[in-house]
Design a protein around this ligand. Structure first.
Ligand code: SF4
Ligand code: SF4
Length: 309
């Protein structure tokens, strides 16, 4: 990676763990350590968010430039120089990086020694930090290595690589596919894919989801004035995927997305909930949980098992 990109990423709080992988402390880790407040995935699925490691095996590769993306988007490998790190190296170095990142919490009198020690030993990994993880060629091996070390894995994809998902010999504990548009017209304008065929790929991913032997979640990032509404159209797409859960999550005005969006693009929790309830009606699903401070609503079938463990 070029030195200027490395500098930017370091300034953004990343620890770069090789040629193209990295780890960054999710702000919820700090919140949980300091004041006990948990992220919505702890509330919904029972993970321990202070033990969650947010990482990416290919930080500078993504085939979309979503307007709502909070990551730095001036990335992309230098021509002809796509280099990948080995799964074992990535896991070792991300764990070291995570320890370095939580080291500053030791001695803070609001943080218990027990929780701090736990934070040094993650048992949950969010493969979702920056970049599109299906562009990493050893993703299955990476998941296997994380499982070997007794960590649960949540993988977030933009859904443009159905072939890579079909090839995964080890599946994550929970597979997220982002569906941020009800149709190709909105998708092209909001998610800005690098080629016109990506919508078709996303549709193919929805179609293969029912055959994947893992928990699946369709996640909407809802951006006011852009992609809220069209509940029937979204529901038709979701029906193809038969996911275990649907998360309707409001866009948050943070990070680099502030260059492309403004505060008025953040929907209120009431707007997110209203959307989710209409969609739930089309899908015949129930509202299982919600977390207003994260503007997120979880849909699924009543009595679904929520915990991943
Ligand atoms: S699950 Fe997501 S929000 Fe929760 S701590 Fe991990 S990275 Fe952060
Ligand atoms: S697919 Fe993900 S990483 Fe890529 S631009 Fe969109 S939000 Fe950002």
């Amino acid at each position: 990676m070029e030195p200027d990109k490395l500098d930017i990423l370091r300034k953004h709080g990343y620890v770069i763990t090789g040629r193209g992988s990295g780890v960054k402390l999710c702000h919820w880790v700090g919140r949980k350590l300091v004041d006990g407040r948990a992220c919505y995935k702890e509330v919904f699925y029972g993970i321990e968010c202070h033990r969650c490691m947010q990482m990416s095996p290919c930080i500078d590769l993504c085939n979309q430039k979503c307007l709502f993306c909070w990551r730095y988007q001036g990335m992309g490998p230098a021509k002809g120089k796509v280099e990948f790190d080995e799964p074992v190296e990535i896991v070792d170095r991300c764990l070291e990086g995570q320890r370095e990142l939580v080291s500053g919490f030791r001695g803070d009198n609001r943080v218990s020694e027990k929780m701090w020690q736990e934070a040094r030993n993650p048992n949950q990994v969010a493969v979702s930090l920056a970049g599109e993880p299906t562009m990493y060629p050893y993703l299955g091996e990476l998941i296997r290595e994380l499982h070997r070390r007794k960590m649960t894995v949540f993988l977030v994809t933009n859904g443009t690589a159905p072939e890579a998902l079909k090839r995964l010999e080890h599946l994550p504990d929970q597979l997220y596919v982002t569906l941020a548009a009800p149709n190709q017209r909105v998708y092209q304008r909001l998610c800005i894919p690098d080629t016109p065929g990506q919508w078709k790929n996303l549709m193919e991913t929805l179609d293969i989801l029912p055959g994947l032997n893992t928990r699946t979640v369709i996640r909407h990032t809802l951006v006011a004035h852009w992609n809220i509404g069209w509940e029937r159209e979204y529901a038709e797409l979701i029906s193809r995927a038969e996911p275990d859960f649907v998360e309707a999550k409001g866009y948050v005005f943070v990070g680099d997305s502030r260059r492309r969006m403004n505060l008025s693009n953040m929907p209120s929790h009431d707007t997110v909930k209203e959307f989710a309830l209409k969609e739930a009606e089309f899908l015949g699903l129930d509202l299982l949980m919600e977390k207003a401070d994260s503007r997120v609503v979880l849909l699924g079938e009543k009595n679904s098992r929520l915990s991943v463990s």
